[in-house]
Design a protein around this ligand. Sequence first.
Ligand SMILES: C[S@@+](CC[C@H](N)C(=O)[O-])C[C@H]1O[C@@H](n2cnc3c(N)ncnc32)[C@H](O)[C@@H]1O
Length: 398
Amino acid sequence: MQHTLASRRNSLADHLSSTEQLHSEQLLQLVRAKIEAAGGWLDFQTFMDLVLYAPGLGYYSAGTHKLGAGGDFTTAPEISPLFSRCVAMQCVEVLRQLKQGSVLELGAGSGVMAVDMLREFEKLECLPERYYILEVSADLRARQQALIQQQLPQYLDRVQWLDALQADFVGVIVANEVLDALPVQRFCIQQGGVQVMGVSYTDAGLCWQPRAADDTLVKAVRAIESNLLFSLPEGYCSEVNLQLPAWIGSLGDSLQRGAVLFIDYGFTQSQYYSVDRTRGTLSCFFRQRMHDDPLINVGVQDITAWVDFTAVASAGLAAGMELEGFATQAHFLFGCGLDRLLTDMSEQPDEIRWQLSQQVQKLTLPGEMGESFKAMAFSKDCNLQLSGFAFRDLRDRL
Ligand SMILES: C[S@@+](CC[C@H](N)C(=O)[O-])C[C@H]1O[C@@H](n2cnc3c(N)ncnc32)[C@H](O)[C@@H]1O
């Protein structure tokens, strides 16, 4: 088993270029120093935070090519501008009902969604007062600025990058595939108790090491079991996002009036912690290949966990917001008018229409992103009718 793991690790590591190897080695030195300083062990959440966001070295903070066809993973805005146009239409609906407001995009990746949304706002003659971006990665922030400068220089003064959430925000907060990038805690059930999975190292490299969980994690796992009405079985491993309530709480505090829209891959809690899903949802992406070993390729691969939308809903309600809707990505996009966008393009050449139909299939087919990705919206201090949830609203499943 050890041998198999070592060979698999080598075969994945073999793909690193010399620059990637150097970068990964530098981050590994930092990880080892942190492990040593912490007495030989780091809990997984701290490890994930470090390898994704350590300034200048973490996966999102360093200059590796992450998103799009030539990167490690592809997101909906990278697949098609139709996605961002639909999200923009949903934002316009809210901005018109509020009669004022701005848009705040969290974690804007390459900046392509901001560009396509701004184009759609212009077309619909409903430009937000400001288009704010809150991005934790300095590298991605620079890329976003360069893209907007190149594609929409006329709107550069309307786009503003924030270092922190503002107080009294009025408008729409949008986050596509950000929740899945937040560090999670990994746990396993052993002899009926909850163990927290942590990371240590030996001469062979980083390795998993369990410890008895602290009160916070035990309470979180027991609360999940109490919602599920059964105990998770012996040997069961999964993740829980302990930062979620505080993170969504800060969005609720910042929002004075308006809406928050999350789109991400995820499940309801009963699906997330289904007894069959014994190894959790942690996934790593390296050059469009998915695997489940976060302890290799540190700094040059993405690490994500699926989103527990029942926990997101609870956190939103606890933050003083109303839950406005929960739908699959396919239903959400069609509710926002994806089919109208396609009809408007019926005059386009065959080649373009073929490309668009391929993109729509990726975004909406159940075997692609249509069902595994979900949209969830909250409101605060306003009455909203959101078209994105008009087709099918799954709130009763949460
Ligand atoms: C998987 S990428 C998605 C990028 C983009 N939204 C898209 O759909 O293509 C995750 C993004 O969230 C950012 N991010 C991670 N944690 C964040 C946080 N706490 N606040 C804001 N952005 C964050 C990352 O730097 C990155 O831009």
